[in-house]
Design a protein around this ligand. Structure first.
Ligand code: F6P
Length: 324
């Protein structure tokens, strides 16, 4: 394996935090140390890159954080990096700190940032998909998605108890800005009565048919993705219009889905992708995201990963069956 000229890697987390990011940091630093490569953590994503906020990282400290949610490097969504001036400052900071390669952990905003950055920076970048939304192509699962759906399922199970006790309809909104992945997985997992996702508008009509016949003899759970075009409130008011008898509540799970200890799957995924990112840099890869496709490590160019992750056809079929 050729180490090339890489002596110092910078690593950062960016965008919405996701459980498993700390495990990815640990995997990155542990493998870099084995090859005698120094690693600096860049604090608060692109913001810290612009401001030159770097700290030395050691695997010994990070090992203690593998089981913790959030990100020890902090994170942010950076307005300044969107402008070319901000990106130029960031490039200068990396050069001033002798950073000759970067590992970026984040979602589609992070990768769009890297695509723009690569126009002015010749520094090689490797990406790790870190977002609960599972909305990136080039990997079957993003870091944090599995933990988020487990959190969502645990919460909706509890809502089901109270829904059944009161014979109520609950509209439960889950996260996923433009993607129905969290809704479909958590909705199927709890045995929801209907699931509404941005990718499938016509399911709303099916829901109305079902709810029209609902006679308040049991609970009724509708899982709605936050990215769905109608949204929880409008869905609720349409249901009430159609069937004024129903006793209905809306619950938005919100940021609880982003926190908590990572699942076993996300810890493993983080460590695997962290390790893979350093190995990829040493093998001369650049501007690609490490992902797992069909349980194989794969590297996909940034411009292909920001295309929306297509919904799995089989799951989509299941969703249709459930919604009828
Ligand atoms: O991208 C992850 C995510 O949690 C989305 O599901 C959600 O729309 C968004 O981030 C919320 O962002 P913020 O943390 O800025 O409120």
């Amino acid at each position: 394996m050729d180490n090339g000229k890489i002596k110092h890697i910078g690593v950062f987390t960016s965008g919405g935090d996701s459980p498993g990011m700390n495990a990815a940091l640990y995997g990155t630093v542990k493998v870099a140390e084995q090859h005698g490569i120094r690693v600096s953590g860049i604090l608060k994503g692109y913001e810290g890159m612009i401001d030159g906020h770097f700290i030395p990282l050691e695997s010994q400290q990070l090992q203690k954080t593998v089981h913790r949610g959030g990100t020890v490097l902090k994170t942010a969504r950076s307005e300044r990096f969107m402008a070319v001036d901000g990106r130029q400052l960031a490039f200068k900071s990396l050069q001033d700190n002798d950073i000759d390669a970067v590992v970026a952990i984040g979602g589609d905003g992070t990768f769009k940032g890297l695509i723009a950055f690569s126009e002015i920076s010749k520094i090689p970048f490797i990406g790790i998909p870190g977002t609960i939304d599972n909305d990136l192509a080039g990997t079957d699962f993003t870091l944090g998605f599995d933990s988020a759906i487990n959190t969502a399922i645990e919460s909706i199970d509890k809502i089901k108890d109270t829904a059944e006790s009161h014979n109520r309809v609950f509209i439960v909104e889950v996260m996923g800005r433009d993607s129905g992945y969290i809704a479909i997985h958590s909705g199927l997992g709890v045995g929801a009565d209907a699931i509404l996702i941005p990718e499938s508008g016509e399911d709303f009509l099916q829901l109305l048919k079902k709810v029209k016949d609902y006679r308040s003899e049991d609970g009724f759970i509708v899982v709605v993705s936050e990215g769905d075009e109608l949204g929880a409130e409008l869905v609720a008011s349409k249901i009430k219009e159609l069937n004024p008898e129903v006793d209905l509540r809306i619950t938005k799970l919100g940021h609880v889905q982003r926190g908590g200890n990572p699942s076993a799957f996300d810890r493993m995924l983080g460590i695997r992708l962290g390790a893979a990112s350093v190995n990829a840099l040493m093998n001369g890869e650049r501007n690609v995201m490490a992902g797992i496709l069909d349980n194989q490590l794969k590297f996909t160019p940034f411009d292909s990963v920001v295309k929306q992750h297509q919904l799995n056809e089989e799951l989509y079929g299941l969703l249709k069956t459930l919604n009828t």
